[in-house]
Write a protein that binds this ligand. Structure first.
Ligand code: PMP
Length: 348
């Protein structure tokens, strides 16, 4: 992104040392990113935070924190979820269970199934939620569902763990943060933030794990635990991407430019969604693919069976993962009609 290039130039010109930062990373990074995510929802001194290698690192450190402090807790993940969630849980031998999330018929959120399954969580259990732009389905809960989920988890004494990897890719920076802010305003929670996509700095490995506590003293304890976990796993987290993010967010011009470019990226994905849904509407004379317009972020699960995925590959040379997840951002004006045609011919 333009702002990233400019921030790197400034860093190159002004950086005088490559000494270690702190176990939690450069405090300027957390101080810049926390308000972007939480806004005024929580006082700063109630938030513990450590920089991590990407959002994956933040997820991993959050799960390690849970295992260290509450080894009996079950971690609940949506079905489906980003496969690495389950893989890390298995790797850490943390007990975990899935809750219903996706309605294959409507290709939206299975609100009733989700609430029914989550009503079985025990006090101290952890519930992993995608803050926005659910990967792999593209289906996000509406506001009423978020409120119901939040009330349910608080009522049962469960800990929400929000994975926020696509802030700004859904409906905009503020809108995409709303669900996370509500959960954080209502009590303890963990939040794993990735800067890989919204800053386009994938390989720099830039993430932040936040622990929101109910008071400043608990946040200080959490800060110590998180720094300890960083120390055990890699000592100091990567700094270059974190420095880019802090530079951009703390400079008015760079920040404006980044927000503009991010909004352009988001609108580009929205336009592709609209175009694909419109083409499918035209070809099928039905609105059954309108879910594509309602999905958010890079991904959509289009509801193809493994056989239909195979047909699109064999007959049209169109490749997608076996569960029918596509990356909307991988399309363009030329390929949208080709995909739509292939979907219809494959019998979707
Ligand atoms: N969570 C989710 C839901 C993701 O989709 C991803 C990236 N695919 C991540 C976390 C981690 O991203 P990264 O480690 O590249 O920052």
């Amino acid at each position: 992104m333009r702002a990233v290039r400019e921030a790197e130039r400034r860093i190159w010109e002004t950086e005088t040392t490559k000494t270690y930062t702190a176990l939690a990373g450069d405090p300027a990074f957390a101080d810049a990113l926390i308000p972007l995510v939480l806004g005024p929802a929580v006082p700063r001194d109630q938030v513990a935070a450590v920089a991590t290698p990407g959002g994956t690192g933040a997820v991993r450190q959050g799960l390690e924190l849970i295992r260290m402090l509450n080894p009996g807790a079950t971690v609940w993940v949506p079905d489906p979820t980003w496969p690495n969630h389950v893989s890390i849980l298995r790797h850490l031998a943390i007990p975990h269970r899935a809750y219903r999330y996706f309605d294959e018929a409507t290709r939206g959120v299975d609100r009733d199934g989700m609430l029914a399954d989550l009503s079985a969580v025990a006090a101290g259990d952890v519930v992993l939620l995608h803050g926005c732009c659910h990967n792999p389905t593209g289906a996000d809960p509406d506001q009423a569902t978020w409120e119901a989920v939040s009330a349910l988890l608080r009522g049962r004494g469960a800990l929400p763990f929000v994975d926020l990897a696509y802030l700004g890719f859904g409906a905009g920076l503020e809108a995409d943060a709303q669900a996370t802010r509500r959960l954080a305003a209502e009590g303890d929670c963990l939040i794993a933030v990735s800067c890989s996509k919204n800053f386009g700095i994938y390989r720099e490995r830039t993430g932040l794990l936040m622990a929101v506590a109910r008071d400043a003293a608990t946040a200080r304890l959490a800060q110590g635990n998180l720094a300890h976990l960083n120390r055990q796993n890699y000592s100091f987290p990567p700094d270059h991407g974190a420095r880019i993010v802090a530079t951009i967010l703390s400079d008015a011009d760079l920040r404006r430019d980044w927000e503009t470019e991010l909004a352009d990226v988001r609108r580009g994905m929205e336009a592709l969604r609209e175009a694909l849904a419109a083409e499918l509407r035209r070809l099928t004379n039905s609105d059954r693919f309108d879910f594509l317009r309602h999905h958010r972020g890079m991904f959509s699960r289009i509801g193809a069976t493994p056989q239909q995925v195979e047909r699109m590959r064999a007959d049209h040379g169109i490749y997608m993962v076996g569960d029918g997840r596509i990356n909307i951002a991988g399309l363009n004006a030329r390929t949208v009609p080709l995909l739509a045609q292939a979907m219809v011919e494959a019998g979707l």
